[in-house]
Design a protein. Structure first.
Length: 329
């Protein structure tokens, strides 16, 4: 009787253990299936992102040439972008030509940031950039950070002010250059952040300039896009987005949007690629994307976002997304 009892007890224990194992296994399978579905969804999203990017603009910010990058312009004029106002670009043309030859293999657009200026040298320099860009089949996204030479930066918003007149002259000139894709104007001040400013400025432009105008918002002011949506803006909105939180929240907030992002302090091209890829994976519903910056080491800004690495070159940031989709197919 005792042996039969033991055998029966053991049989029950085995059965119960089998049920427990089966239950735990079913949970594991459910978790695996959920993870597989999540990965499939992520890959699908990445493929959609790549398809959108194929039809959009791929740009990189360019301020100082790699072989002429120095603190001089920042220390003497307060910002490196004054290179385009006070240098003679023809003296640096061979350096710029070399950089653009590298850039064209990865990007289709250079993002040139310039101050407001009205000298003949300044317009000559813009023309030289146009010629070099055309040589390498690169479009130009001109971006104007007005700065302070002609009064308060905010004055450009008011028709008839000295800065407004100078800015419109620059825009009119840039609109005649064959390489010009868009002309972006900076907006963003702590004591003045009103989207009606932007809309009124856009409405004050001639029909021709409206076709070229784009708004440039630095990361602290991208929240303005939430209000701009209500105006149904017809112009391109460029948003600088560097943190993951900002990318998640503002990367796809308006239909006609371009995102500028970058990865700082990379010690190698591999580290830069891994860092930028992580950010690109957060971008879904935009087709225009720009990288900050081609080269900025020791340019006086104190930043280190350089995408170009000495002896290693310029890596294609989209390659990580392409590799992910291929490895998961």
């Amino acid at each position: 009787m005792k042996l039969e009892y033991i055998i029966a007890t053991l049989s029950i224990m085995v059965a119960v253990s089998s049920l427990i194992v089966a239950y735990e296994l079913s949970i594991v399978i459910q978790h695996l299936q959920t993870e597989i579905n999540r990965i499939r969804g992520t890959i699908s999203d990445i493929k959609k992102t790549l398809n959108r990017l194929k039809s959009g603009v791929h740009g990189i910010v360019y301020i100082l040439p790699y072989n002429a990058c120095s603190r001089y312009w920042y220390e003497h004029y307060g910002d490196r972008i004054f290179f385009y106002a006070y240098s003679n670009i023809s003296r640096y043309a061979h350096y710029i030509d070399s950089d653009f030859n590298i850039i064209r293999k990865v990007y289709d657009t250079v993002i040139i940031i310039i101050p407001a200026e009205n000298s003949s040298l300044f317009f000559y320099n813009l023309r030289q950039i146009d010629l070099i860009s055309r040589k390498h089949s690169l479009k130009v996204l001109w971006t104007i950070f007005p700065k302070w030479k002609f009064g308060d930066e905010k004055d450009y918003l008011k028709p008839g002010t000295k800065l407004n007149i100078v800015l419109l002259r620059i825009m009119d000139y840039l609109a005649t250059l064959n390489s010009t894709w868009k002309i972006a104007i900076w907006y963003g001040w702590r004591d003045r952040a009103d989207v009606s400013d932007i809309v009124m400025f856009y409405n004050s432009l001639t029909p021709k300039l409206k076709q070229f105008y784009a708004l440039w918002l630095d990361q602290p002011y991208v929240y303005l896009t939430e209000k701009l949506v209500t105006y149904d803006p017809k112009f391109l909105i460029i948003t600088e987005l560097y943190s993951e939180d900002f990318l998640k929240k503002y990367a796809c907030i308006v239909p006609n949007q371009m995102i500028i992002t970058g990865y700082p302090n990379a010690r190698s091209i591999e580290e830069w690629l891994m860092g930028i890829c992580k950010k690109l994976m957060l971008i879904r519903d935009t087709k225009h994307l720009g990288i900050w910056i081609y080269y900025d080491i020791n340019d006086g800004s104190g930043e280190r976002y350089a995408a170009y690495f000495e002896n290693e070159g310029l890596v294609n940031p989209w390659v990580c997304l392409i590799n992910i989709t291929k490895s998961k197919d």
